[in-house]
Design a protein around this ligand. Structure first.
Ligand code: ZN
Length: 79
């Protein structure tokens, strides 16, 4: 009976097994609210909407800018 001469390493085994698996590409669709590309069946990371409902409270860049300016002006008054 033929006997393997050497033990197959973890690397070889895993490499052989990994060759038969496929990574499916991430499905992307356009957000109906903001038009940004988003993953399907997942809340939009840009506006926080899912199926016309606001699920996440995401600050937009404009909101952040306004808040920053408010903070800076408040700090300026104190000093
Ligand atoms: Zn969106």
């Amino acid at each position: 009976m033929a006997v393997p001469k050497k033990k197959t390493s973890k690397r070889r085994t895993r490499n052989r097994r990994a060759a038969n698996t496929k990574i499916s590409p991430i499905m992307l669709s356009k957000c109906p609210k903001c038009g940004e590309p988003k993953r399907i069946h997942v809340v939009c990371t840009n506006c926080g909407f899912y199926k016309d409902k606001k699920v996440l409270n995401i600050e937009t860049k404009l909101d952040k800018k306004i808040k920053k300016e408010e903070k800076q002006s408040a700090n300026g008054e104190r000093e």
